[in-house]
Design a protein. Structure first.
Length: 230
């Protein structure tokens, strides 16, 4: 799953007739995106790698090139190098407990080591150039017919109200549809600090189909939001 949008914010950097760019590489074995710097010509053809070892990676597929001087916004599977930014966004979100903050890196390690199918976690990120502005975690719910859980969605506080969360959510829904899923479930708290989260789900077409009172603790209800994606 790749959703790449590029925009030019200054002139292309030309060195000896080549554009300095970025190659996007899909690790097909783990569904992980990684990238390295390359030189490409005016037609976008690869000329040379800065890191020749990248050419020796097995199970890879070249996705495309982006000249230097362009900014790109992209939804993609998370890369190993995204871990510090994902952890930082979680810590600065302002709504998660310390236990929740600590759990995300552990989930990410499982995703990296085992892959999405075996770990049960698919991590996707919203990337603006090399900066991660948000991420989401979703996965198939065992013993169901086409039901998926949205485990996590978090956006950098500095990037809120820019459509990052909605774009991530749309990408999760599309991935679920492509996988043959029919329903995505998001669970959240009924407390005041999650009021905006609940409003976000309502705005994006989710329905609060169930509430379990005092689920997390006395006075902290579990709210279950559901969207049928097909």
């Amino acid at each position: 799953m790749f959703d790449l949008n590029a925009k030019r914010d200054d002139g292309a950097c030309v060195q000896a007739g080549y554009h300095f760019g970025i190659q996007f590489v899909l690790r097909a074995d783990l569904d992980i995106l990684e990238w390295e710097s390359v030189f490409v010509d005016e037609e976008g053809n690869l000329k040379s790698f800065q890191n020749p070892a990248l050419r020796k990676m097995e199970n890879t597929e070249t996705i495309g090139y982006l000249p230097n001087g362009w900014q790109f916004n992209m939804i993609s599977p998370a890369a190993k190098t995204d871990k510090p930014q994902i952890a930082d966004i979680t810590a600065r979100a302002g709504v998660f407990s310390q236990e929740e903050i600590d759990s995300v890196p552990m989930m990410f390690d499982e995703f990296l080591e085992q892959g999405a199918e075996d770990s049960g976690y698919s991590f996707i990120v919203y990337r603006e150039s090399e900066q991660v502005l948000g991420y989401a975690i979703y996965g198939y719910r065992d013993l169901t017919d086409g039901v998926y859980d949205l485990y996590w969605i978090a956006v950098d506080p500095a990037a809120r109200r820019k459509g990052v969360g909605r774009t991530l959510l749309n990408a999760c829904e599309e991935a679920v549809r492509e996988a043959g899923g029919r329903m995505l479930i998001a669970e959240t708290s009924g407390t005041e600090k999650y009021e905006e989260t609940r409003a976000f789900y309502i705005r994006t077409g989710y329905v609060n189909e169930a509430t379990i009172r005092d689920f997390y603790s006395v006075g902290d209800d579990l709210k279950i939001y559901v969207k049928r994606v097909r």
